[in-house]
Design a protein around this ligand. Structure first.
Ligand SMILES: Cc1cc2nc3c(=O)[nH]c(=O)nc-3n(C[C@H](O)[C@H](O)[C@H](O)COP(=O)(O)OP(=O)(O)OC[C@H]3O[C@@H](n4cnc5c(N)ncnc54)[C@H](O)[C@@H]3O)c2cc1C
Length: 411
């Protein structure tokens, strides 16, 4: 049992879990404790020498005024990767992959979120293009960045290019850890994020399926494009047979309890409901921001971008970010779009905490995911109808259908 020092680190309700405080402590005095499956730092009184570094490095306690070099911008970019395989294996347009490929070509190292063998999400560094597959795709679990900021600092010191991709709070943590000094070799790429669920709730979900089917899950695609890009409720889990054949376990509609909870903003980290790193707070510190170009379908002629394969909506916050993005233009297709299109993304606003979220969290401890879903967040007909339409008539026809309906009601 460690003796904790109180009231030094930022309060649990706003701690984003970036681990900058843990990584900066040379005495190893910052430990982690768990609550609802999320890790929170605590100071061990027996090791603390009261140097104050842990509080100085906290990006929540020390918010900074961002220098948005593109303030007053009117443009965003709709982007997709020209490499079809990379695009299809990504969550939106595969823009991250094009940026990561470029950083690796420059001799750099790319940090992003990947599963380990136990399906725990960690940030790892990757130095060859083949290993990038592990980083691709949005994983809807909080990724652990412990140790990563320290490594990135050493690599930057040795003059290497470092591309770090993560949530805005992780980027704020990294920049704070690096002293908020501009480093020409560091490219930060943020994903627009409405919130992260806990590793523990995901573990329980995986465990239930493993038990039910007597299998071991080794990978998960939360955003499969198998049935089109906007089938946000299509999650696929992967397992292997004894002779190493990969089997996909398809989770769709009512069966996809985990994504249903995530889309309804259940089980997120407490700080996500009060995120200080939202665009609306001018808190996005990344050089480049990536998001899903959900609203693009309304503006473009039908079929123009093959929407069903995924498109990213991207902005550059800094000149460095813009130059880096531009250096990838041969690998990607870029369409200039109004900034308002990017800004309309609901992920730029704070997550809304369901009033019964805490009760549901408690309930999930002793009940199955399915039982918790039917009691707290049942799948509604309003969710099912558009999804079923897309599944039956296909992504592009469903866009055409939606456009026709919009036209009829406009008259
Ligand atoms: C938790 C989460 C919530 C999101 N919410 C929204 C939203 O509300 N609206 C929206 O438009 N877009 C959201 N996104 C971003 C979107 O899903 C795509 O990731 C983004 O458009 C980039 O897609 P891509 O095809 O370029 O790259 P991809 O290949 O899909 O992946 C991009 C990068 O995301 C990183 N990443 C994946 N999971 C995590 C994680 N858990 N923590 C930190 N980094 C991670 C990977 O390391 C990879 O580097 C969210 C992403 C995450 C991870």
């Amino acid at each position: 049992m460690i003796q904790e020092i109180d009231n030094k680190l930022c309060p649990q309700s706003v701690c984003t879990g970036c681990f900058a405080c843990k990584q900066v402590c040379a005495k190893g005095a910052v430990h982690l404790k768990e609550d609802k499956g999320f890790s929170y730092p605590v100071i061990d009184a027996s090791l603390c020498v009261d140097c104050g570094l842990c509080t100085k490095v906290c990006p929540v306690l020390n918010p900074r005024v961002t220098v948005d070099e593109h303030k007053g911008r009117t443009l965003s970019y709709a982007i997709w990767n020209n490499n079809l395989k990379e695009r299809m294996n990504s969550s939106s347009g595969g823009t991250f992959s094009a940026l990561a490929d470029k950083a690796i070509k420059e001799g750099g190292i790319v940090y992003g979120a990947a599963w380990n063998e136990a399906m725990q999400l960690r940030h790892i560094g990757v130095e060859d293009p083949h290993s990038l597959e592990a980083l691709r795709r949005s994983k809807y679990v909080q990724s652990n960045t412990d140790g990563v900021f320290k490594n990135a600092k050493l690599q930057l010191k040795s003059g290497r290019v470092v591309l770090f991709c993560g949530t805005p709070c992780q980027i704020a943590g990294l920049l704070s850890f690096l002293g908020n000094k501009d480093n020409p070799n560091l490219i930060t790429v943020g994903v627009v994020c409405h919130g992260v669920p806990s590793q523990r709730s995901f573990d329980k979900y995986i465990h239930e399926i493993e038990e039910e089917k007597s299998v071991k899950i080794f990978d998960c695609n939360f955003r499969s494009k198998k049935r089109g890009w906007r089938t946000g409720l299509n999650l696929i889990l992967y397992t292997k047979t004894a002779d190493n054949k990969v089997i996909a376990i398809d989770k769709l509609l009512s069966d996809n309890v985990y994504m249903n909870a995530f889309l309804k903003q259940f089980f997120l980290r407490e700080s996500c409901y009060n995120c200080p790193f939202k665009e609306e707070n001018n808190g996005y510190y990344a050089d480049i921001m990536l998001s899903d170009a959900w609203s693009l379908w309304e503006a473009l002629p039908w079929g123009q971008v093959d929407f069903g394969k995924g498109v990213s909506s991207v902005i550059a916050n800094t000149e460095k970010g813009y130059k880096f993005l531009k250096s990838c233009f041969e690998e990607i297709t870029v369409i200039e779009r109004p900034y308002a299109e990017y800004a309309s993304n609901s992920g730029l606003r704070k997550a809304h905490k369901p009033s019964n979220n805490d009760t549901a969290f408690e309930y999930l401890k002793t009940h199955s995911w399915l039982e918790t879903q039917s009691k707290f967040f049942p799948l509604t007909l309003r969710q099912k109808i558009p999804l079923v339409t897309r599944l039956i008539i296909g992504e592009n026809y469903s866009i055409l259908f939606k456009k026709i309906i919009k036209q009829i009601f406009r008259r």
